[in-house]
Design a protein around this ligand. Sequence first.
Ligand code: SF4
Length: 166
Amino acid sequence: MIKYVPQMTSVVIEEIPDRVTLAVSISNCQGNCVGCHSPFLRTDIGEVLTESIIDGLLAANYGVNCFLFLGEGDDLPSLLRLARHVHEKGLEVGLYSGRKEVEKEIYYAFDYVKIGPYIEHFGPLNSRTTNQRLYKVEHTPSEKPYYRLTDLTARFWRKGIDPNIP
Ligand code: SF4
Protein backbone atom coordinates (compact mmCIF):
# COMPACT_ATOMS: atom_id res chain seq x y z
CA MET A 1 0.00 0.00 0.00
CA ILE A 2 0.96 3.62 -0.50
CA LYS A 3 0.62 6.01 2.44
CA TYR A 4 0.57 9.78 2.41
CA VAL A 5 0.64 12.54 5.01
CA PRO A 6 -2.68 14.43 4.68
CA GLN A 7 -1.40 17.53 6.49
CA MET A 8 1.28 18.01 3.83
CA THR A 9 -1.08 17.99 0.84
CA SER A 10 -1.03 21.27 -1.07
CA VAL A 11 -1.47 22.96 -4.44
CA VAL A 12 1.90 24.00 -5.88
CA ILE A 13 2.98 25.81 -9.06
CA GLU A 14 6.78 25.43 -8.96
CA GLU A 15 7.35 21.69 -8.87
CA ILE A 16 6.02 20.91 -12.36
CA PRO A 17 6.58 23.69 -14.96
CA ASP A 18 3.43 25.26 -16.41
CA ARG A 19 1.12 23.11 -14.32
CA VAL A 20 -1.12 23.74 -11.33
CA THR A 21 -0.31 20.69 -9.29
CA LEU A 22 -1.83 18.95 -6.32
CA ALA A 23 1.10 17.44 -4.42
CA VAL A 24 0.93 14.68 -1.84
CA SER A 25 3.85 13.59 0.35
CA ILE A 26 4.37 9.83 0.37
CA SER A 27 5.83 8.09 3.44
CA ASN A 28 7.80 4.83 3.74
CA CYS A 29 10.57 6.32 1.58
CA GLN A 30 13.25 3.69 0.94
CA GLY A 31 15.94 6.28 0.23
CA ASN A 32 18.84 7.19 2.48
CA CYS A 33 19.90 10.62 1.22
CA VAL A 34 22.49 12.25 3.43
CA GLY A 35 20.92 15.47 4.68
CA CYS A 36 17.39 14.17 4.02
CA HIS A 37 14.94 17.10 4.21
CA SER A 38 12.13 15.06 5.77
CA PRO A 39 13.43 12.04 7.73
CA PHE A 40 9.93 11.35 9.04
CA LEU A 41 8.90 10.39 5.48
CA ARG A 42 11.19 7.38 5.83
CA THR A 43 8.85 5.96 8.48
CA ASP A 44 5.47 4.28 8.29
CA ILE A 45 3.31 7.33 8.96
CA GLY A 46 0.18 8.83 7.47
CA GLU A 47 -2.88 7.26 5.90
CA VAL A 48 -3.41 4.82 3.07
CA LEU A 49 -3.80 6.60 -0.26
CA THR A 50 -6.60 5.03 -2.30
CA GLU A 51 -8.40 5.84 -5.51
CA SER A 52 -11.37 7.21 -3.58
CA ILE A 53 -9.13 9.46 -1.48
CA ILE A 54 -7.53 10.79 -4.66
CA ASP A 55 -11.02 11.45 -6.04
CA GLY A 56 -11.87 13.39 -2.90
CA LEU A 57 -8.65 15.42 -3.06
CA LEU A 58 -9.27 16.29 -6.70
CA ALA A 59 -12.86 17.30 -5.98
CA ALA A 60 -11.67 19.53 -3.14
CA ASN A 61 -9.03 21.12 -5.36
CA TYR A 62 -10.98 21.62 -8.56
CA GLY A 63 -8.95 23.22 -11.34
CA VAL A 64 -5.61 21.49 -10.78
CA ASN A 65 -4.29 19.82 -13.93
CA CYS A 66 -1.55 17.66 -12.47
CA PHE A 67 -1.22 15.31 -9.50
CA LEU A 68 2.23 14.84 -7.99
CA PHE A 69 3.55 12.05 -5.78
CA LEU A 70 6.36 13.52 -3.67
CA GLY A 71 8.08 10.19 -3.03
CA GLU A 72 7.22 6.70 -4.12
CA GLY A 73 6.93 4.64 -0.93
CA ASP A 74 7.60 0.91 -0.91
CA ASP A 75 4.88 -0.59 -3.10
CA LEU A 76 5.48 -0.10 -6.82
CA PRO A 77 2.37 -1.98 -8.08
CA SER A 78 0.11 0.19 -5.92
CA LEU A 79 1.92 3.35 -6.99
CA LEU A 80 1.44 2.47 -10.66
CA ARG A 81 -2.22 1.64 -10.07
CA LEU A 82 -2.82 5.03 -8.44
CA ALA A 83 -0.97 6.82 -11.24
CA ARG A 84 -3.17 5.12 -13.83
CA HIS A 85 -6.22 6.16 -11.84
CA VAL A 86 -5.16 9.80 -11.99
CA HIS A 87 -4.73 9.46 -15.75
CA GLU A 88 -8.22 8.04 -16.06
CA LYS A 89 -9.48 11.18 -14.32
CA GLY A 90 -7.97 13.21 -17.16
CA LEU A 91 -5.05 14.74 -15.27
CA GLU A 92 -1.32 14.49 -15.80
CA VAL A 93 0.62 12.73 -13.08
CA GLY A 94 4.14 13.24 -11.76
CA LEU A 95 6.58 11.46 -9.47
CA TYR A 96 9.46 12.88 -7.47
CA SER A 97 11.70 9.87 -6.88
CA GLY A 98 14.88 10.03 -4.83
CA ARG A 99 16.48 7.17 -6.75
CA LYS A 100 19.19 7.44 -9.41
CA GLU A 101 17.03 5.55 -11.89
CA VAL A 102 13.55 4.10 -11.95
CA GLU A 103 11.81 1.16 -13.61
CA LYS A 104 10.53 1.57 -17.15
CA GLU A 105 7.04 0.89 -15.80
CA ILE A 106 7.26 4.23 -14.01
CA TYR A 107 7.96 6.00 -17.30
CA TYR A 108 4.99 4.18 -18.82
CA ALA A 109 2.67 5.38 -16.05
CA PHE A 110 3.84 8.93 -15.34
CA ASP A 111 4.01 12.16 -17.36
CA TYR A 112 6.74 13.76 -15.25
CA VAL A 113 9.49 11.96 -13.39
CA LYS A 114 12.17 13.50 -11.19
CA ILE A 115 15.12 11.26 -10.40
CA GLY A 116 18.26 11.60 -8.34
CA PRO A 117 18.93 11.54 -4.62
CA TYR A 118 19.44 14.82 -2.81
CA ILE A 119 23.19 15.47 -2.51
CA GLU A 120 23.84 18.63 -0.59
CA HIS A 121 26.95 19.84 -2.42
CA PHE A 122 25.26 19.44 -5.83
CA GLY A 123 22.10 21.19 -4.64
CA PRO A 124 18.41 20.73 -5.51
CA LEU A 125 16.75 21.13 -8.92
CA ASN A 126 17.21 24.89 -9.05
CA SER A 127 20.97 24.58 -8.65
CA ARG A 128 22.96 24.49 -11.92
CA THR A 129 25.20 21.83 -10.38
CA THR A 130 22.35 19.56 -9.34
CA ASN A 131 22.55 15.83 -9.96
CA GLN A 132 18.75 15.65 -10.04
CA ARG A 133 16.71 15.69 -13.25
CA LEU A 134 13.07 16.37 -14.00
CA TYR A 135 11.86 14.69 -17.18
CA LYS A 136 8.70 15.20 -19.19
CA VAL A 137 7.65 11.79 -20.44
CA GLU A 138 6.12 11.47 -23.88
CA HIS A 139 4.40 8.12 -24.36
CA THR A 140 5.12 6.47 -27.71
CA PRO A 141 3.04 3.25 -27.87
CA SER A 142 4.23 2.30 -31.36
CA GLU A 143 7.92 3.01 -30.88
CA LYS A 144 10.31 1.31 -28.45
CA PRO A 145 11.08 1.84 -25.61
CA TYR A 146 7.53 3.26 -25.65
CA TYR A 147 8.47 6.56 -24.04
CA ARG A 148 10.66 9.56 -24.81
CA LEU A 149 12.20 11.80 -22.17
CA THR A 150 12.69 15.55 -22.36
CA ASP A 151 14.90 17.04 -19.65
CA LEU A 152 13.12 20.04 -18.09
CA THR A 153 15.70 20.65 -15.37
CA ALA A 154 17.08 23.84 -16.93
CA ARG A 155 13.61 25.41 -16.60
CA PHE A 156 14.30 25.64 -12.88
CA TRP A 157 17.57 27.47 -13.47
CA ARG A 158 16.12 30.06 -15.84
CA LYS A 159 13.27 30.88 -13.52
CA GLY A 160 15.55 30.80 -10.52
CA ILE A 161 12.78 29.22 -8.50
CA ASP A 162 13.26 27.04 -5.49
CA PRO A 163 11.24 23.82 -5.64
CA ASN A 164 11.81 23.77 -1.90
CA ILE A 165 11.97 20.03 -2.02
CA PRO A 166 15.49 18.65 -2.41
S1 SF4 B 1 14.13 10.69 -1.21
FE1 SF4 B 1 13.51 12.49 0.05
S2 SF4 B 1 12.53 11.61 1.89
FE2 SF4 B 1 13.66 9.95 0.88
S3 SF4 B 1 15.68 9.92 1.92
FE3 SF4 B 1 15.90 11.22 0.08
S4 SF4 B 1 15.48 13.33 0.79
FE4 SF4 B 1 14.70 11.90 2.38
